[in-house]
Design a protein around this ligand. Sequence first.
Ligand SMILES: NC(=O)c1ccc[n+]([C@@H]2O[C@H](COP(=O)([O-])OP(=O)(O)OC[C@H]3O[C@@H](n4cnc5c(N)ncnc54)[C@H](O)[C@@H]3O)[C@@H](O)[C@H]2O)c1
Length: 266
Amino acid sequence: MASNVRASFELKGRNYIVTGGAQGIGLALCRAIAEMGGNVAILDMQDEPKEETKRLAEATGQKITYFQADVTNETSLKSAFQSAIDALGSVHGLVTSAGIALEKPFAQHTWKEVNKIQEVNVSGTYFSTQLFAEQIAKQGTGGSVVLVASITSHTVLPSHRMSAYSASKGAVRMLSQVLSTELAPLGIRVNSISPGFIDTEQTKVVRESNAKIAHLMFNAPPLKRIGTTDDLVGAVVYLLSDAANYTTGTDIAITGGLHIGRQIDT
Ligand SMILES: NC(=O)c1ccc[n+]([C@@H]2O[C@H](COP(=O)([O-])OP(=O)(O)OC[C@H]3O[C@@H](n4cnc5c(N)ncnc54)[C@H](O)[C@@H]3O)[C@@H](O)[C@H]2O)c1
């Protein structure tokens, strides 16, 4: 008999670690996981969780814990990861949303800026997944990882001057494919999402520095709007859940159609 499809999307009784969960996409994903019945440990470099995070536990009835961590610092990441596992007891999934972006012409990027972007977006994602895999190997349970890549790993907008960022997100998407094979023997599925322009603090900073990009964000996607964090949560819940039990090594582009083509001349 076929299994119950509604039940297969539930995350009840499961525990998740979300990096970069203090705000933006990461926070929206924490909320979605909790709404689907999961407990969440947030790892973020901000000292304190925001009020919204504090209210999440009350609103959903789930356990939401917060640990300050810099994903580029080995000691900090390892210690926060261990605290998260101690708080949750065990872990079933990981979402890596910690990331930084920089909008400026290629020729003006400095060594320091490029190295920092690679460190946060690539090394931070890499080592968070390594720590997760170590824990799953101990538990022997299997698990699911969702890496947050970007539309910039699929396509380039002519006015989009984010060479270092795009390179880092291309690496994240490839990492998800490589790890899907390497971690399969542990029962770990690894997938990524590639959001298009999503209305968060990160895109606000870019919008404020480049009026042309600001116009593009709202008008270039074939669906003719900027995305919201709500547009991303369904795909991530799916990838974390049993509904995706046979899905690994996949990227879901959530871009309003932008990865296929543009609606306006750029
Ligand atoms: N907003 C978009 O349009 C968009 C599109 C595609 C991909 N993304 C990616 O989605 C992810 C989340 O983006 P967002 O828009 O929510 O950004 P955001 O800036 O609102 O949130 C990023 C979070 O990551 C945390 N962070 C940054 N550096 C860290 C570090 N070293 N250690 C731990 N935490 C750190 C920040 O404190 C922040 O809470 C990023 O990886 C971003 O590149 C965003």
